[in-house]
Ligand binder design. Structure first.
Ligand code: TRP
Length: 455
């Protein structure tokens, strides 16, 4: 009986669980390093355009599918379009969430290492170069990074099998505001460092010549990654929403908060990057070599670093839970396995991916797929291909297969709340989002160039 499906406890619970899913390493770790390697402010600009034009419509559409079907990501499409190939979107999502979790849990593991280092004071008194060297030595190792990855997966597993509601909802209520507060304080410290201005210019003053097709593809991938869209995560979560939950308002709130945290993370990182002479193009390690420098500049350095990495670990945890939940709900509901057994399958598989991803910073460095190591290959495949593809297909599905009246009824809670921009939304969802994503893909594949030469 779908009517018995569990739902989140309260309105605040819905927002916090969904914000918890969206806000994570994507905002504080991935976003700054993407800005760094993609030329700074130009990337930020394209990113914000992607959020507005693609992110919000896709998020609302996922909420529609989830709450309307009240099923896991794959089950939703089977229910709404039985016997068709549309369930591919669901499988793409379940697989994608699983693959993301594979490399995400490695970085989540790093946050635990830094949390411990912050606690025992071993981050103290080092120079910028030493932070960089130490990070490289740690991440290229075997036992410690893999141990932390496994620990993080175990933590996620525990929460998943004990049924998340009360714990996650309650923890999020304290953690999310605290994370925000710490971010703001660190931003203030960062912008008052010597030469901070250079970092702000890098982040906010766009150099339009930097906008290339690969920057656009990266920005779109980042927008999808950060908002947790394109992968059935929000379909799964919104299947637990109540019928009173306001879908568009929730989408808007989640998007604004998520973007705010990302921009604040940029303000926290870039002034420090320039002030300490670190290369903004450092890549995945950027946050881990920049922030300890900032903490060193503060009184009570140990408290700041411990607090920060604790919150980062917790923000990562609310996201790993959401990723794990996509696959677990799928295995549990579609194969009639108990939740426990389903979770074991997922955790075991993720651990294998996690070990390979972790080793790709060390002994497996030379093992590349299309020029990328295993970690980067998983990241590329999911963020730049599977997420946008999922988002595009979700829009095409709802745009072509769902009756407008059904869509409108769900999004207005059966006509009880207004949706002033419904037509604009429907237009963007049906025409703009799929074509924009399609064009970006074609452009990246070099096809547009070839075509334009023909004419
Ligand atoms: N959005 C999360 C972050 O920024 C990561 C995440 C959680 C995610 N669930 C997802 C990314 C689903 C893509 C799809 O850290």
């Amino acid at each position: 009986m779908t009517d018995n499906r569990v739902t989140f406890g309260s309105k605040l619970g819905v927002i916090l669980a969904t914000v918890g899913c969206a806000v994570g390493l994507g905002n504080i770790w991935r976003f700054p390093y993407m800005v760094g390697v993609n030329g700074g402010a130009a990337f930020l600009l394209v990113y914000i355009i992607c959020i507005l034009l693609l992110g919000i419509p896709v998020m609302i559409t996922e909420f529609f599918i989830g709450r309307h079907s009240r099923k896991n990501a794959a089950g939703a499409f089977k229910k709404m379009a039985p016997g068709t190939k549309w369930s591919f979107i669901g499988y793409n999502g379940v697989l994608g969430a699983f693959l993301i979790l594979g490399f995400y849990s490695v970085v989540a593991g790093w946050t635990l290492e830094y949390l411990v280092q912050g606690l025992d004071g071993s981050l103290a008194g080092k120079t910028a170069d030493e932070f960089k060297m130490d990070f490289e030595q740690f991440s290229s190792g075997i036992v410690r990074p893999i141990g932390w990855t496994a620990a993080f997966i175990a933590l996620t597993h525990l929460i998943i099998i004990s049924g998340v509601k009360a714990g996650i909802e309650r923890a999020s209520k304290i953690m999310m505001p605290l994370l925000f507060l710490i971010l703001v304080v660190l931003c203030l410290r960062s912008v008052t460092l010597p030469d901070a201005g250079e970092g702000l210019v890098f982040l906010f003053k766009p150099d339009f010549s930097k906008i290339t097709s690969s920057v656009v593809l990266s920005a779109m991938g980042q927008a999808f990654f950060s908002l947790s869209i394109g992968m059935g995560c929000l379909i799964t979560y919104s299947s637990y929403f109540k019928k009173e939950t306001k879908l568009q308002a929730t989408a808007l709130q989640v998007t604004v908060l998520d973007t705010l945290v990302a921009v604040l993370a940029g303000v926290m990182i870039f002034p420090a990057v320039f002030s300490f002479g670190i290369a903004p193009t450092a890549g995945p390690e950027l946050v881990f070599i920049t922030l300890p420098n900032v903490f060193e500049q503060l009184p009570f350095a140990r408290i700041w670093s411990t607090g920060f990495f604790l919150l980062l670990a917790l923000a990562a945890l609310t996201s790993t839970i959401s990723l794990h939940e996509v696959s677990t709900a799928y295995v549990h509901e579609e194969y009639n396995l108990s939740r426990q057994k389903a979770a074991w399958f997922v955790s075991g598989g993720v651990l294998i991916l996690g070990v390979l991803s972790s080793l790709s910073f060390g002994v497996l460095k030379e093992f590349t797929i299309g020029g990328l190591n295993f970690f980067d290959a998983l990241d590329y495949l999911t963020a730049k291909i599977m997420l946008p593809l999922g988002g595009m297909l979700i829009c095409i599905f709802v745009g072509t297969r769902v009756d407008r009246k059904v869509l409108k009824a769900e999004l207005t809670n059966e006509g009880t709340i207004p949706f002033h921009f419904f037509n604009t939304y429907a237009f963007f969802m049906k025409y703009i989002a799929p074509f924009a994503i399609g064009l970006i893909f074609l452009n990246e594949l070099g096809l547009i160039n070839k075509l334009s030469r023909l004419f």
